[in-house]
Design a protein around this ligand. Sequence first.
Ligand SMILES: [Mg+2]
Length: 261
Amino acid sequence: MKKVLEKYKGFIIDLDGVVYLDKKPLPHSKKFISKLLTLDKKYVFLTNDSSLSPDEYCKLLSSEDIQCKKGQVINPINNFINLIKIGKIVNKNIMVFASTNLKNYLVKSDINILEKYEDYKKAESIIVSGNVNFSYKDLMYASLCVQNGAKLFATSTDNSYPTKMGNVPATGSIIAAILKTFNTKVINLGKPSKSIFSLALKELGTNKAETITLGDNLVTDIQGARRNGVDSALILTGKTNKRSIKNFIFKPNYVYENLKI
Ligand SMILES: [Mg+2]
């Protein structure tokens, strides 16, 4: 880790499997973040998890003594809001299929949301984010929206995520169900998409050559970094073990057991 700390100015850090696991900090993460602050490095947390709003992730980190300022957590929702701000998505008639927390965050961010399912014909864009309250009615109206021409945005395309019980459906599985009803283009707002890495770099204010991504996921973190011209370090405290690197085309620049300095 010392080499990485010396070489890079900007750090794009994944949360789950790197900083914490089951929302509890992993052993070396607190010290690592403190070190970044001492060395005056820039960092953002970049997560595909959209079960909470970015502000809530920030509060969660702060409550565990991991320094996080407002705006320092970026998730696919920020990417959606930013794409609206820069004029890539029209801020009109957006239907949201996400948790109440996320919906409220979008409303607070002045996103023009269609509140009633019955307005599906008016929808110009929809955003789908897996959550425990996602219902058949959501699936039905999301499918009807895209059939009527709405653009389909997904907070991630991961099919499942691990829990203590086993793997359970993530946003990608819900998207697959919508596509079974009506096949259309899916715009992924999460990692490894170009737009979310561009946003992270913009927030950091560092250039690509002086920035590194730290992540535990080969597909989202390492592939995303490589495709966006950013170096990467695979951290082995989450999803991936050393053996799986061999079979993956996008290789990380560094591999570390954990965030120990
Ligand atoms: Mg992760």
